[in-house]
Design a binder for this molecule. Structure first.
Ligand code: MLT
Length: 403
């Protein structure tokens, strides 16, 4: 028989959101009349906006006409979208990127899961804890973190205001997510600058997940790590159209791989990551569909931007309602101000999966247990603001009467 990758034996039994779904399905079977409201996985509820739909339809028609039909596209993404990204997401913030530093993909989850392939098998990884499980699992699958050096976990808890301390020993790769999934908190400009300085000093690479930047409500909080001087030499950034434009089903995202970011090759020389990622993508990926890239381009039109502001306002109101209700129930709440996620301390030291089960059984409300995001998530739970306003209001009524 073929030998199997032993690294898989070190993974948690189920991917976090698959386990949440398993428990929800079991509850729905046990009580078919239960009206279960999901505030678990961060999946959006508001439909695509009209300008995006128009672009999608137009692109579909192009695909049906021999004169405009497109086959394989460029693996890195069409220039029209890469140029739009640079023009709208970075230039207004004073960040000088060139379109060839942008790699379009079908999701930030894939990008952030795949990017670790560029680093040495023995690279030391530092993760904030709790953390989006993909960072950890993708490194475990690649065999990292098995030896005594393991993975460096940087606790982010109420006691340190969810701001990770610098590691006690040197990592090669540092994952930062801001605004953070799952805690919903954001790092200040000074805190981010401390990380950029650290990475420069220690010759580490920062993998910066900015999937939730559109939710930032304080102009002092940076939207991109490249707003910090020196970051273009040490950080890669990951962005997504999923949460900002409702693309969780359509699938489009991008990775920024600046030419200046380098790592150490086996001969000791410093080499840029950009050609390696280009090589990796062109070998394993044929590009995000043309019609989806046209839809993503339309996100930047004034019509779409104005409609999307209304969509984001729905999620922001939901986050405020969740914060207000749960705080009113006597729970300690965090996040939700620059993020669609509200992070809640469970009452009386309750374990987070027990809290999850209680809410599911007694209120038909699904949250995500904090422990699933790492050891420092124990004793917390995450609520997403991505449900409809009606569902959020109904869930909050039920929770108010539960506590
Ligand atoms: C989450 O709930 O953490 C996210 O929706 C997961 C994802 O974006 O893959």
């Amino acid at each position: 028989m073929a030998g199997l990758n032993p690294a898989f034996e070190r993974l948690q039994g189920n991917y976090l959101f698959a386990e949440v779904r398993r428990r929800v399905d079991a509850q729905a079977q046990a009580d078919p009349s239960a009206d279960i409201i999901s505030m678990g996985i961060g999946d959006v509820s508001q439909p695509l906006v009209p300008a995006v739909l128009d672009a999608l339809r137009k692109a579909v028609d192009e695909m049906g006409d021999a004169a405009t039909f497109r086959g394989y596209g460029p693996e890195q993404g069409y220039a029209f979208l890469r140029e739009a990204v640079v023009r709208h997401d970075f230039a207004p913030r004073g960040v000088a990127l060139s379109p060839d530093e942008i790699f379009i993909s079908d999701g930030a989850k894939c990008d952030i899961g795949n990017i670790q392939e560029l680093f040495a098998p023995g690279a030391v990884v530092a993760l904030t804890d709790p953390v989006y499980p993909v960072y950890l699992d993708s490194n475990l699958m690649a065999g990292r973190g098995a030896g005594p050096d393991g993975i460096i976990l940087l606790p982010c808890v109420a006691e340190n205001n969810f701001a990770p301390a610098l590691p006690g020993r040197r990592p090669d790769i540092i994952y930062l997510c801001c605004p953070n999934n799952p805690t919903g908190t954001a790092l200040s400009r000074d805190e981010l600058a401390r990380w950029v300085d650290y990475a420069r000093r220690e010759e580490a690479v920062i993998l910066f997940d900015a999937a939730y930047e559109a939710f930032i409500s304080d102009p002092a909080v940076p939207h991109s790590i490249y707003e910090i001087p020196g970051a273009l030499d040490v950080a890669l950034e990951f962005r997504s159209f999923s949460k900002t434009a409702g693309f969780t089903g359509l699938r489009c995202a991008y990775a920024v791989i600046p030419h200046g970011v380098r790592g150490r090759a086996s001969d000791g020389s410093l080499r840029p990551l950009h050609p390696m990622w280009a090589r990796r993508q062109s070998t394993k990926y044929n590009g995000c569909p043309y019609i989806v890239q046209r839809a993503a381009e339309a996100v930047y039109t004034p019509e779409a931007q104005s409609a999307l502001a209304d969509v984001l306002a729905v999620y922001r109101r939901n986050a405020q309602a969740i914060r207000r209700t749960l705080a009113g129930c006597g729970l300690r709440v965090f996040g939700g101000e620059h993020s669609p996620y509200v992070w809640v301390k469970t009452p009386d030291g309750m374990l987070s999966w027990d809290f999850f089960d209680m809410l599911l059984r007694r209120a038909g409300v699904v949250c995500t247990p904090g422990q699933g995001f790492g050891p420092s998530g124990e004793g917390y739970a995450r609520f997403t603001a991505f449900a409809s306003e009606e569902h959020t209001a109904r869930a909050m009524e039920r929770l108010s009467s539960l506590f």
